[in-house]
Every structure is written in C-alpha cells, then in structure tokens.
Design a protein around this ligand. Structure first.
Ligand code: HEM
Length: 460
C-alpha cells in the first residue's frame, strides 16, 4: 500500500514539475517573452483575470500602457494592443476570428436593414413619449425642475426600446422604474465574468446558482406568447429567432433562443443608455459645447412641439460630432474585443504565435495623443474640421469595433441616440449636478461605482 502511495505521489510530483517547467518555458522563451508586461502575468492569467472580475481593468489598463508601451502581455497567451496599425490589422485588414468561446454564427444581421430600422421609428417614438411624460411629471413635482438619475432613467428607456422594437412589447420600465430586470442582467453579467475566469466555480456546492433564472423566465414567457399568437406577426428580431428555432429545433434549441435573446437584451440596452449618459455627462460638464448643440437643435426644431424624427435628426452636423466625440472620449467598450490568432502574425512589430488571444484596446487608441491632439478634452469640433491641423482619423476610431465581427446594432443605436439626445435637449434645459464622482467599474459596460449619474432637468 505504501509503495502504491509513494508511486502515486512521485507521479503527481513529476506532473507538477512538468507543469511548472512548461509555465516557466512559456514565460521566458518564445516570441511572447519579448513582449513587456507585469512579471506575474507571464506565468498565469490570474492577475489580469482578477482585474476583469472586479471590473477594474478599465482603470488599470491606461496605467499599464503608460508603463509598458503599446503592446502588453497580460497573460501567458494573452496580449493587449493599443497601436493603430495593430488594431487595424486585427479588426479590419485580417479580420481575426473571435476567441473560440465568443466566435459564433451570426443569426441576426438581416434584422438591421435600413427599411427594417425605419419601420421601428414609431415604436421608439412611443417609448420616448413615455420618457417625456415621466420627466414632465418629475418636473411638475419639483416646481418645474427635477434631478434625474440619468443612468437609471436611460437604462430603463433603452430596455423599453429594445423590448418594444424587438421582443413584442415594451417592458414599461420608464414608468414602473422596476429594478428587478436591471439587477438580473447585472447579476448575469457578473456571473458570466466569474464563470469565464473560474469555469469550475459553478460546480462548488457552496456557490449559489446564478440569479439568471429570472431572466430566463422572462425570455421563456416572451417566446411562448409569440409562439401562441395565431396571426403571423411582423418579422421582428424575436420572430427571426423563433423561426430559426422552429425550422431547426435540433441545431438551434430553446437554449440557443435564450442565449440569443439575452445577448440582444444586454448588447442592445445598456450599451446605448450608457453612451447617452456619458454624452450628457460630457455636455453638462462642457457648457459651451452644450450651448452650441442647443442652438443647432433649436434651429432644426423651431417649435418646442416639433416632431422629432429619424429623418430630421439624421444629418445634424454638430449633434453627430458630439456623439462621435463622446464615443471617442468615453467609449463603453474600451477593452475586451478579444480575437484569436489562427497562425503566427506580426502585429505592431511583435511576432505573435498561433493560438494567442489578441485584444485591441480601442479605448486606449481613441485617446492616443499621437493620433488625437488634446485627447482627454471633449472637442466635437475635431469631427467637423481639422483640430490643431489634425483631421479626425477614422482608422483610429472603433466605438462599435470594426471589421466583419463589429456591432450589428450600430445603426439602430445611432438612430436611437439621436432621438434621445434631441428630445432631451429640445424639451428640457439640462444642467450639471456638481460634486458627483466619475469613478467606474467595467462589467461588459462601465457602471458608476456610486450607482447613479444625476442631471438637472427643467422643462423649457
Ligand atoms: C452606442 C451603443 C452601442 C455600442 C457602443 C456598441 C458596441 C459594440 C461593440 C464594441 C461590440 C463588440 C463587437 C466585437 O467584438 O468586435 C458589440 C457587439 C454587439 N452589439 Fe453592439 N453596441 C451598441 C448598441 C447595440 C444595439 C442597440 C444592439 C442591438 C440592437 C447591439 C447588438 C450587438 C450584438 C448582438 C453584439 C454581439 C455581436 C456578435 O457577437 O457577433 N449593440 N457592440
């Protein structure tokens, strides 16, 4: 028995040594060893995993780029790149595949043709009407003025827009301000991050199951209601998903339906609301830019009662410049567009071997002073004419990512953003609520650590 145990221990020891040896070899030899980065990260993905889990990666990454340069080794086989030609190569020129866990067949792109999007206008406008009624009520309660938690209000609005346009009916969150949904989504995002870093965690007996069940139930109800409808409904996102499921029940199962629907709920709502909130934050903190935008919008909509439409908001130059500059200065997806090398490639002067995760740090690139003069300032004008003799460089601007795997909801989001901003600015006077923290953590999109961002709102 003792001999048996000793042999087992020897084998375990030998395996441990072998693993340590290969970790050390991987850390110090081969092309990745030439890439700078924190010492510990050469050996293990854990330190960077912790930053991702805690949502602090967005705060740590700029400091790491300042210390190590444009290309950083953040894990044994994980590299982050902020250099323009490298980002362009990964996303566009060579259009690298996503890291295996993320790469999947696109189901939905046909849902976003221009004619489809234009058909969504009345549904989006209904949601904005509810927003206006709700803000008016708040203002009336406060004698004409209210302080609104915009991150929450706009989060509710974009969830309503997403559900009204794509899931068969608005959730009515602007009116109810029911936070259950938000908490379920947040829980799912945090849990997905935890599962990605520590895949074994879900098997531990003392770890509670994800609260994502609530979200699954909501999705199941929406799908069941749609399937039970006798009249063939219009071809919205939900119907596209349901049709694929009904035509291929074995390959696109109910689990895929849930996955696809929650992807859209998450990808389509908080992204747009956070972008809109950041744009308001930048405007109220830069009153001269806000004033210019108010002038442009008032000129385009002379009466306060003018209908605010896709067509009339589409080509307002300063508005579009404000949106671009906001997405450059405070992008909601600054990190994490992980791609995968299928063969050895030269990227930003470094040899990157096959099977490495390469993540373009687009947020860093969009604040690179070599490309953007005064990168930390909010200067919409740079999108209208050269600023300090430098034209805005579209090849260094990737708020929706780029290449064939970019955001399929880009045009949807831009149309929605324009409606939201013009409605708020034409109908209300917006003001800064001083003394608020801008500190954030990243869980898919950035969240204010204080849990809110307030804006003063007064009926015009
Ligand atoms: C301002 C708002 C938005 C921003 C900044 C944004 C940005 C992004 C980015 C950077 C990606 C990652 C793409 C990549 O990995 O290369 C993405 C993915 C995605 N976005 Fe958006 N997005 C926004 C709004 C929307 C909306 C409104 C929808 C839906 C209506 C949407 C649907 C999606 C989907 C489904 C994906 C995943 C695509 C895939 O994995 O193939 N997004 N978005």
């Amino acid at each position: 028995m003792n001999t048996y145990l000793s042999v087992l221990l020897c084998l375990a020891g030998a395996e441990l040594l072998r693993r340590c040896y290969s970790v050390v070899i991987c850390a110090f030899t081969g092309p990745l060893s030439k890439i700078p980065g924190p010492f510990l990260n050469k050996f293990t993905p854990i330190p960077w995993g912790i930053q991702n889990l805690t949502g602090n990666s967005m705060n740590v990454a700029p400091k790491m780029f300042a210390k190590y340069g444009d290309v950083i080794r953040v894990g044994p086989r994980d590299v982050m790149i902020a250099e323009k030609s490298g980002v362009q190569k990964i996303l566009v020129d060579e259009d690298f595949v996503k890291a295996p866990v993320y790469e999947k067949r696109r189901l939905i792109s046909p849902g976003f043709s221009i004619s489809y999007l234009n058909g969504l206008e009345p549904l989006m406008k209904e949601c904005l009407d509810v927003l206006e009624r709700t803000l008016n009520k708040e203002c009336e309660k406060g004698g004409g003025h209210a302080v609104i938690n915009m991150s929450q209000m706009l989060g509710n609005l974009t969830s309503d827009v997403m559900s009204a346009t794509s899931f068969g009916g608005s959730f009515g969150l602007v009116e109810s301000n029911d936070l259950k949904m938000k908490n379920m989504v947040m829980d799912r995002l945090k849990r997905a991050a935890l599962d990605a870093q520590l895949p074994f965690i879900k098997y531990l007996p003392f770890v509670p199951p994800s609260q994502g069940e609530g979200l699954n139930n909501i999705i199941d109800d929406i799908v069941a209601t749609r399937k039970a409808e006798s009249q063939k409904p219009k071809k919205d996102l939900l119907q596209i998903i349901v049709d694929v499921n009904e035509n291929n029940p074995d390959t696109f199962t109910h689990l895929h339906v849930r996955e696809e629907m929650s992807l859209f709920m998450i990808a389509g709502a908080d992204t747009t609301s956070t972008t809109a909130t950041f744009t308001l934050l930048l405007l109220v903190n830069n009153q001269d830019k806000l004033k210019k935008l108010v002038e442009e919008i008032d000129f385009a909509f002379p009466s306060i009662h003018d209908s605010i439409t896709f067509a009339k908001t589409q080509d307002l130059p300063y508005l579009n410049a404000v949106i671009n500059e906001s997405m450059r200065r405070m992008p909601i997806v600054a990190l994490g567009l992980a791609r995968w090398t299928e063969k050895t490639s030269m990227i930003s002067g470094f040899e990157i071997p096959k099977d490495t995760i390469v993540s373009p740090a687009v947020g860093q690139l969009m604040r690179d002073p070599r490309v953007w003069p005064d990168p930390d300032k909010f200067i919409p004008e740079r999108w209208l004419e050269p600023y300090k003799d430098v034209e805005a460089d579209k090849k260094a601007f990737h708020p929706f990512s780029s290449g064939s795997r970019n955001c399929p909801g880009q045009q949807f989001a831009l149309k929605e953003l324009r409606l939201i901003l013009v409605t708020l600015i034409r109908r209300y006077e917006l003001s800064l609520v001083p003394g608020q923290s801008h500190e954030m953590r990243l869980h898919t999109v950035p969240w204010f650590t204080q849990g809110f961002y307030n804006v003063g709102v007064k009926q015009r």
